[in-house]
Design a binder for this molecule. Structure first.
Ligand code: UDP
Length: 314
């Protein structure tokens, strides 16, 4: 079985390459290194079951190989990154989605799309089930990400309905762990790096906003099950950890776990920052038999060790 993974050098994409290789797949990884890093896949070069193509998915994709499965995971995912690359972000999840769906049609491949909890925007329903339509500002700064992901979901469903492509959509909630960049900009790498440097942690707003953080190994298990189970075409799944925590409590936890002398600095809130976010994972539990197993404490400890190594700290 051959799988094409776009965004292969990214945080989640590189872990997916590892998982699919360990399950006996031939993996074709694609990335343009806009936000991904060669370091994340350096250990795979030389693996006879891995082929890497440096390429930008916003351009027409030609691949001669047969492909059984396509995972479209390319896209800047940190608000810092997509606010810096707003137009390219929109292209990756419009043109890039179109090209990878076209490839799925040509190769008669199954297609898994990396969507996001951001499709729910600043949700008015809590926790968020898959049948909630969301509350998105279509012209706000975050819309470049939210609306591109929503467009991709709609495009995926159109290919499913019109061409019978086996399209599956994963709505991924906040995920963290090894291989996030030091300057990723998302809250967990930011807090850990600041804490390890004994600098103040920056909380945007009053810190009462919540998120639910899923450790990378749990997410990869969920994506693998969603990609390999039979009979899920045209279906949408929330994948995330329903353990909800406020940003201020997360900051305190990181300071405690790193033994840091950092304080907390409050900065103005980010525009359109969702106030609460927590997945309803009843469907993933029931249909995929999946639920997260790694607690925030355990996942944070692993991630702190990773960033200590990156920063050469003991
Ligand atoms: N946040 C923060 N300080 C930081 C980075 C993020 O207070 O240094 C907040 C951010 O405003 C948001 C939450 O943490 O409310 C999660 O932000 P992140 O960038 O990780 O991802 P998001 O869930 O917003 O996509």
């Amino acid at each position: 079985m051959k799988v094409l993974i776009t965004g292969a050098a990214g945080f989640i994409g590189s872990h997916l390459c590892d998982r699919f290789l360990s399950e006996g797949f031939f993996v074709i990884g694609m990335d343009n290194f806009l936000t991904g890093s060669p370091d994340n896949i350096a250990h795979l070069f030389g693996n006879k079951n891995f082929k890497f193509i440096e390429y930008d998915v916003t351009r027409y994709i030609y691949i001669p190989d047969e492909i059984d499965l396509i995972l479209h995971f390319a896209c800047p995912a940190s608000p810092v990154d997509y606010l810096k690359h707003p137009i390219h972000t929109m292209k990756v999840d419009s043109l890039g989605t179109l090209h990878t769906l076209g490839l799925a049609k040509k190769k008669k491949a199954r297609y898994v799309f990396a969507s996001t909890s951001e499709v729910y925007g600043d949700p008015q329903v809590h926790p968020q089930p898959e049948d909630y339509w969301g509350n998105v500002n279509p012209v706000g700064v975050r819309s470049v990400y939210d609306e591109a992901k929503r467009f991709s979901e709609a495009m995926g469903m159109a290919y499913h309905r019109e061409h019978g492509i086996d399209v599956r959509i994963a709505r991924i909630f906040n995920t963290y762990g090894e291989r996030m960049r030091l300057n990723d900009g998302r809250v967990i790498p930011n807090f850990i790096c600041k804490a390890l440097e004994d600098e103040d942690l920056t909380v945007y707003g009053d810190g009462s906003q919540t998120r639910s953080f899923c450790y990378i190994s749990d997410l990869v298990e969920g994506i693998f099950r969603l990609s390999t189970a039979e009979g899920l075409d045209g279906q949408v799944f929330n994948l995330g950890n329903p353990d909800e925590v406020s940003v201020i409590d997360l900051a305190k936890k990181v300071i405690e776990k790193t033994g840091s002398s950092s304080g907390i600095t409050f900065l103005p809130p980010m525009d359109d920052d969702p106030k609460r976010r927590c997945p309803d994972i009843t469907k993933a539990k029931t249909v995929l038999g999946w639920y997260p197993k790694v607690s925030l404490d355990e996942g944070l400890e692993n991630t702190i060790q990773y960033f200590k190594r990156k920063l050469n700290k003991k």
